[in-house]
Design a protein around this ligand. Structure first.
Ligand code: DQA
Length: 143
């Protein structure tokens, strides 16, 4: 089974962001860890990252052509980019929202998620391990 791992705005600069929230690892290291989790779980993953909302939306439109589920960390778009919510609905795939930091205990504006009613599940505040949990939740969703 195939998972599209889609990272949004500012995730490419992960190692330059506050380490207390994001762990200080590079984006490449993050993708390597996710790749290892996928191997463990017997899943095939593809990776995409963009800082451009329209590109991210177009990738969501394409995703049903090559994936059976979505693992999404849209970064700050999560909290205000309603077009992403609609694009996840269009994709029509099980979708897990992942955040490295615990968005629900940080600033109030991070408590909002535009994906609330279109996602299958949400994992936040578990750092990189949260991606393992997200992949596990996707397997559960297909079962
Ligand atoms: C994030 C949380 C968001 O609030 C923030 O804007 C990010 C990263 C996370 O992984 O914790 O860019 O999605």
């Amino acid at each position: 089974t195939r998972v599209a791992v889609l990272h949004g705005i500012n995730l490419d600069a992960l190692d330059r962001r506050p380490a207390q929230h994001y762990g200080g690892l590079t984006f490449t290291q993050l993708e390597q860890r996710i790749g290892a989790f996928a191997d463990e779980l017997g899943l095939t993953v593809s990776f995409f990252q963009s800082n451009f909302e329209g590109e991210f939306v177009e990738e969501l439109h394409r995703s049903p052509d090559y994936a059976d589920g979505l693992l999404l960390n849209p970064g700050a778009w999560t909290h205000y980019a309603w077009a992403l919510r609609d694009a996840v609905e269009i994709a029509g795939l099980p979708a897990i929202e992942v955040h490295l930091s615990d968005v629900d205990t940080r600033e109030a504006w991070r408590h909002v998620s535009v994906l609330e009613d279109v996602r299958t599940g949400k994992v936040s505040g578990q750092g990189v391990e949260g991606y393992r949990e997200g992949l596990r939740l996707l397997k559960e969703a297909w079962a």
